[in-house]
Design a protein. Structure first.
Lengths: 224, 237
C-alpha cells in the first residue's frame, strides 16, 4: 500500500501530476490490457518499463535504476526543452524521479503506457516551474512555424507507430497556425501570452485557436 | 469524458497541454482534487499528447544525477513504512476527534442557541479572521496560521522553524470530509497562500490545518505522505 493513499482510498486521485484514477481497481485487467494496448506492435522494451514501474511500487531499487536508465534521457530531453536551463532541468528531473518512486503504485497500465505516465509527470513539473517564473519567460517560446516537421521523424526506434502516426495524422487536420500554437505549447511550454506576442494576436484569440485545435484533435483521435 | 461541460473539458485539455497560467493551474489542480472526472480528463489528454515526447532527440542527464536521486529515497527499512502508517492512523484519529468535537459543539450550540447567536452577531460576517493554532507533535512552540476568510488568505507569520535537510515542510488545509489541500511550503519566512475561490467561511471554520514533512518540493500526488509535525483546528480570531 502506498503511503500516498493514506487518508482515504480515493486520495489516489491526484492533483498536479495527472492522477491515475482508479489505481488498483484495474489490476485484474492490467496484464491483459498491457498486451492489448498501444504497444502491441512494439516489442519487449515498453513492457519492461511497465513491469519496472510495478516493481518500483513494491520498493524495488534495481527496477528503479533500470527505469531511470531507460527513461531518463527521454524525460530529460522533454524537461530541458521546456525549462531551457540545464541546472533547473536537472532539479526538475530529480524531483520527477522521486515522484515516480513515490507514486509508482498509482500507475495504471490500462490508462496509458509507463513512458506516457512518466512524461506526464515530467511535463507537469517542468510547466509548474516555468509558469511560476512566467515573468522570466521570453517570447522566444513560440518557435519556428514548421514544428510539424520535427514530429515527422520519431527519434525513438521503439515508438509505437500506431499512436504517433494517429496523432500526426490528426495534427495534420489542424490549420497550420493553430497547430504550431499547440506544438509550441507542448514542446516549448509556450503560454497563451507568448503565443499572442509571437502572432501579434489578442490572448483571447490564441485561446480560441488552442481550443479549436484541441477539439479537432480530440474528435479525430476518438474517431479512429 | 462524460459529465464534463465544455469549459471544464477545455480546462482539462489546456492543463495537460500546459497553457493555463499559474493561478489557473493551481485552481484546476484544486478542482481535480475534488472531482475525479476532471483528473481523468486531464490524464486522458496527457496520454493523447504523450507520443509527441518521443520525437525529441534523447539527452543523457549528467552522470551524478541518479546518485542525487537515490540519496533522497527513503531508507529501505520496513520501519519507515510502519512509521508512516502510524501517522496515517494518528491523523485519522485526530480528524475523527475533531469531528466529534464538532458534533458536541453543534449540540452545545443547539442548547445555547441564543448565546451563540449573540456571539455570532458580533462577528463581522463579511470577512471574519480566523486562527488555527497548530500544536507541535513533539516539544516546541505552536505554529499559528491566520486566515483572512474574506480574502481567503492563509498566512503563517515568520517563525523559527526550518525544514529538515533535503525535505520540505508542507502546510495542508483539510476541510471537513475532504482531502487535504496543499497550502505551500513553510520555512522561517512569512508565508501567504490563497484558498480556492470555492472555499466558504463556514467551511474554513470547520477545517483543520496540518504540517507534514515531505520530500523536497512536495509529495508526488499533491497529497501528504510524510509524518505530521504540526496540526490544529481553526478557531475564530
Amino acid at each position: 500500500m502506498s503511503s500516498t493513499q493514506f487518508l482515504s482510498p480515493e486520495i489516489a486521485l491526484t492533483p498536479g501530476i495527472a492522477g491515475f484514477p482508479g489505481a488498483g481497481l484495474h489490476t485484474v485487467h492490467s496484464r491483459l490490457r498491457c498486451d492489448n494496448g498501444a504497444h502491441r506492435n512494439v516489442g519487449v522494451k515498453p513492457l519492461q518499463a511497465e513491469d519496472n514501474v510495478r516493481a518500483v511500487a513494491r520498493g524495488d531499487r534495481v527496477a528503479f535504476r533500470a527505469l531511470y536508465d531507460a527513461a531518463s534521457p527521454r524525460l530529460f530531453a522533454v524537461v530541458l526543452r521546456l525549462v531551457r536551463n540545464r541546472a533547473s532541468a536537472e532539479d526538475v528531473l530529480q524531483d520527477v524521479f522521486l515522484r515516480i518512486w513515490r507514486s509508482a503504485a498509482q500507475f495504471d497500465p490500462s490508462r496509458g503506457t509507463a513512458l506516457a505516465w512518466m512524461v506526464t509527470i515530467a511535463r507537469n513539473r517542468a510547466i509548474d516551474l516555468i509558469r511560476q517564473n512566467s515573468g522570466a519567460v521570453a517570447s522566444a517560446h513560440a518557435g519556428d512555424d514548421d514544428m510539424l516537421a520535427q514530429i515527422a521523424d520519431p527519434h525513438d526506434a521503439e515508438a509505437s507507430l500506431s499512436d504517433l502516426d494517429g496523432l500526426r495524422r490528426c495534427l495534420n487536420l489542424i490549420e497550420p497556425e493553430k497547430r504550431t500554437c499547440l506544438l509550441a505549447a507542448y514542446y516549448e511550454g509556450a503560454s497563451r501570452e507568448d503565443l499572442a506576442l509571437h502572432y501579434g494576436q489578442p490572448v483571447n484569440t490564441i485561446k480560441t485557436w488552442l481550443h479549436r485545435a484541441l477539439a479537432t484533435l480530440r474528435q479525430c483521435l476518438e474517431a479512429k | 469524458m462524460t459529465g464534463l461541460d465544455d469549459d471544464d473539458a477545455m480546462k482539462a485539455a489546456e492543463y495537460a497541454l500546459g497553457t493555463l497560467d499559474a493561478s489557473e493551474r493551481a485552481a484546476f489542480e484544486a478542482a481535480m482534487a475534488r472531482d475525479s472526472k476532471l483528473a481523468e480528463a486531464a490524464h486522458d489528454w496527457a496520454i493523447r499528447l504523450a507520443p509527441l515526447a518521443r520525437t525529441l532527440p534523447e539527452v543523457t542527464p549528467p552522470a551524478g544525477l541518479f546518485a542525487r536521486i537515490e540519496q533522497q529515497l527513503p531508507a529501505p527499512a520496513p520501519r519507515l513504512a510502519i512509521a508512516a502508517s502510524d501517522d496515517v492512523v494518528q491523523l485519522r484519529r485526530m480528524l475523527a476527534g475533531w469531528r466529534r468535537i464538532g458534533l458536541v459543539s453543534s449540540a452545545l450550540a443547539a442548547s445555547f442557541g441564543v448565546a451563540l447567536l449573540i456571539r455570532n452577531a458580533s462577528l463581522p460576517t463579511a470577512s471574519p479572521n480566523m486562527l488555527a493554532v497548530l500544536s507541535p507533535k513533539g516539544a516546541g512552540a505552536p505554529l499559528v496560521v491566520r486566515v483572512e476568510a474574506g480574502a481567503r488568505k492563509v498566512i503563517v507569520a515568520a517563525a523559527s522553524i526550518q525544514p529538515p535537510p533535503g525535505r520540505s515542510l508542507e502546510l495542508w488545509y483539510i476541510a471537513k470530509g475532504q482531502k487535504p489541500l496543499a497550502m505551500g511550503f513553510i520555512d522561517h519566512t512569512r508565508h501567504v497562500q490563497t484558498l480556492p475561490a470555492s472555499v466558504t467561511a463556514d467551511e474554513i471554520r470547520q477545517a483543520i490545518f496540518a504540517v507534514t514533512v515531505e520530500p523536497q518540493g512536495g509529495g508526488p500526488n499533491g497529497q501528504p505522505t510524510g509524518p505530521i509535525v504540526y496540526s490544529g483546528p481553526v478557531s475564530i480570531d
